[in-house]
Write a protein that binds this ligand. Structure first.
Ligand code: AQP
Length: 326
């Protein structure tokens, strides 16, 4: 057992994009070497907005394959599907009983969904308590996430503290970990919105599995400042493109700025497209070579390994809270 535990997950709610890659997956890779890492495909979160059953099944396998193709190693980490471990839903329910409605009402993701007039389901409202359960079950120290999940981790921390104070120490208080440049990638078509799987305009997201032609096309039409040259407003859409460049090329944003000073946006975009294609190419090659049957075996193994930790934590929680055990 390594001393620090890491947990993170991704919803199979659509096609994964470069924001998921730079904000989350790229960090996962850094940590799997020296942490007890649990990487989850959080399908119970995906259904907080309506999903077509066949799409959900397909996308769940797709996320698992992207994890593996990106370089997550099932020998070093536990890779599993959230709904395969019932302790997540059970602890999620228990944590609901420790969470005031007002704290959930403050969550921006829920408020955004209500504002966009999507069906604001009770599951979406309760999403953060299930996410707290995901994290706390593994006595997680670190959670690598994008910036949009910080508020949910803050909530997980306060729920854990509340439980520990009331019933005695069970939960570890988790810390979020953010990437410097990729922690909040915005849509390249609507730069005031976060790049999202659920974005309506397909030109706004660069998919992890997009072909080179699609990537070139989308980046060509990405919104920039109106000037022809690389002379940008720090509050405008260009810093987002610089962040994508920096994340894809693994260099600092300041280096990108120096490199393109005095160049045109057309030159910058050409280069951004090539750097992005190059960053995704090895993953895409490995993705194509994966055999679904091998991936299912890995997920089956995760289904056996994850509960060894999760069920122990859940049993302790139930014991402390006064559930009768035979
Ligand atoms: N735009 C982003 N920039 C950086 N990181 C991001 N993440 C998501 N979008 C960005 C990070 O990716 C991880 C997985 O996210 P998720 O699928 O669990 O939930 P999400 O944050 O709601 O992702 P999406 O893509 O916006 O999905 P939909 O549209 O279905 O809600 C998380 O670590 C997240 O921070």
């Amino acid at each position: 057992m390594k001393s620090q535990v890491l947990f993170s997950g991704i919803k199979p709610s659509g096609s994964l994009h470069i924001g998921n890659y730079l904000g989350a997956i790229k960090q996962f890779l850094k940590f799997q070497e020296n942490h007890d890492a649990f990487f989850c495909i959080v399908d119970l979160h995906a259904i907080t907005v309506p999903q077509e059953p066949e799409d959900l099944r397909k996308k769940t396998l797709e996320v698992a394959k992207i994890y593996l193709a990106a370089g997550l190693d099932p020998q070093k980490s536990t890779i599993f599907i959230q709904s395969h471990v019932p302790a997540h839903a059970e602890l999620g329910w228990i944590l609901n009983t420790l969470t005031p409605m007002g704290e959930l009402q403050r969550m921006t993701q829920y408020k955004d969904a209500v504002a966009k007039a999507k069906p604001a389901l009770a599951g979406l409202f309760n999403y953060p308590t299930l996410m707290a359960a995901d994290i706390l079950l593994y006595r997680t120290n670190k959670v690598p996430v994008g910036n949009d999940q910080l508020q949910h981790i803050e909530l997980a921390r306060s729920i854990a503290e509340r439980f520990n104070n009331k019933y005695g120490e069970v939960f570890v208080i988790p810390e979020p970990i953010l990437q410097k440049e990729g922690s909040r990638i915005m849509s390249i078509a609507h730069p005031d919105q976060k790049m999202s799987k659920s974005e309506d305009d397909p030109r706004g997201t660069i998919g992890i599995l997009d072909s080179p032609a699609e990537i070139r096309e989308k980046i060509k039409s990405a919104v920039t400042d109106s000037a022809k040259n690389f002379d940008f407003d720090p509050k405008g859409p260009v810093p987002n493109l610089i962040n994508i460049y920096a994340g894809a090329a693994d260099i600092a944003a300041s280096e990108v700025e120096i490199q393109f000073k005095g160049k045109t946006y057309a030159e910058f975009k050409d280069s951004l497209a090539e750097v992005t294609i190059k960053a995704l190419e090895p993953l895409q090659d490995r993705y194509r070579k994966l055999d679904d049957r091998d991936v299912l075996k890995i997920l089956h193994n995760g289904k056996e390994q994850a509960p060894l930790v999760a069920n122990k934590t859940l049993a302790e929680v139930k014991e402390k809270m006064g559930f009768l055990t035979p």
